[in-house]
Design a protein around this ligand. Structure first.
Ligand SMILES: [Zn+2]
Length: 250
C-alpha cells in the first residue's frame, strides 16, 4: 500500500536528511573487512560521518565533505576515491541545533551533556563538535590480511594515541539501542585534528574550555549491504552486545 497523503512542510524538510550506511557492525565483528563501496561513492552520500577501510586499514573520518584515513601510524591521509570500505556511515550535515558545552572531565561526562541537547533516545543524531581538548585519547587498528580474525581480536592490537591541548573536531552519531547489530548503539565519535596531524576513534577526553556543538536530528536511515560471499556467509545471529562493548571500548 502506498502513502497517498501529501507530506507536510515539516516532513518534506526532514525527508532531505538521510543517514546513509554501508555494511553492518555485526558483519564487521565477524570479520567481514572487505566491501565494495568506494570512498568516492560514499562521499556523494554525505559530508560528515565515520567508518573504516577494506582490510580494516584504519579509522575513517568524513568532515566537511572530505574523507580522511587514520592508519595505525596515527597520521591522517586522504585516501583515493577508489579505495573501498566494508563499513561506513555518512549524512549530509547541516546543524539544526548549536550550543556551547563547558569543561568536561571525561568522555562520559561530555556524553551526558550532549544527551541534554539530543533529548529523544529513539532517534538518530549526528554531531560536529569543535574545540580544544586538554587531553584526548584516540585509537586506530593495524591493517589485517586474510583469513581475517574477529574484530574483538583486532582491537587487542590497537594503537592508542595520547594527545594534550589538541584542537580539532569530533564527528559521529548517537544511535538508539534498538539499532544495535546495524551500528554502534549510543555515541560513536571519531576525531580529526585541525592541523590534520592526528585523529582516530575516540576513546576518552577531557576539556578545560568550551566546545562548540552542532547537532542534526535524523529520522531516516538508508542501509546498503555488501554484495560479497563474505557477507553472505557471515553468521549474524545471536547476542553480540558484549563484543560491541569490547570493540567500542565502552
Ligand atoms: Zn569508530
Amino acid at each position: 500500500m502506498f502513502l497517498t497523503l501529501p507530506l507536510g512542510a515539516k516532513e518534506t524538510q526532514r525527508a532531505e536528511t538521510v543517514i546513509f550506511q554501508y555494511g553492518t557492525l555485526e558483519a564487521l565483528l565477524e570479520g567481514v573487512y572487505d566491501g565494495d563501496l568506494r570512498v568516492g561513492t560514499l562521499s556523494e552520500q554525505g559530508t560528515l560521518g565515520l567508518g573504516t577501510f577494506n582490510g580494516l586499514d584504519g579509522e575513517m573520518i568524513v568532515l566537511d565533505g572530505e574523507v580522511w584515513q587514520v592508519p595505525v601510524t596515527g597520521i591522517p591521509q586522504q585516501p583515493s576515491p577508489q579505495v573501498r570500505s566494508p563499513y561506513a556511515s555518512v549524512v549530509p550535515f547541516k546543524a539544526q541545533r548549536t550550543g556551547i558545552i563547558g569543561p568536561q572531565p571525561s568522555k562520559d561526562a561530555l556524553f551526558r551533556a550532549l544527551d541534554g541537547m539530543a533529548p529523544n533516545p529513539n532517534l538518530f543524531y549526528a554531531f560536529r563538535i569543535q574545540g580544544t581538548f586538554a587531553t584526548l585519547q584516540a585509537r586506530s587498528v593495524p591493517k589485517q590480511t586474510p583469513p581475517y580474525p574477529r574484530l574483538t581480536e583486532v582491537v587487542k592490537q590497537q594503537a592508542v594515541f595520547e594527545h594534550s591541548n589538541i584542537t580539532g573536531t569530533l564527528v559521529g552519531f548517537r544511535s538508539p539501542d534498538y539499532a544495535k547489530g546495524l551500528r554502534a548503539p549510543g555515541y560513536h565519535l571519531h576525531f580529526l585534528a585541525d592541523d590534520r596531524t592526528a585523529g582516530g576513534h575516540l576513546l576518552d577526553l577531557s576539556t578545560t574550555g568550551e566546545l562548540a556543538v552542532e547537532i542534526l536530528e535524523v529520522r531516516d536511515l538508508r542501509l546498503h549491504l555488501p554484495d560479497s560471499e563474505a557477507f553472505a556467509g557471515a553468521k549474524l545471529s545471536g547476542d553480540k552486545a558484549a563484543d560491541v562493548r569490547a570493540v567500542e571500548n565502552e
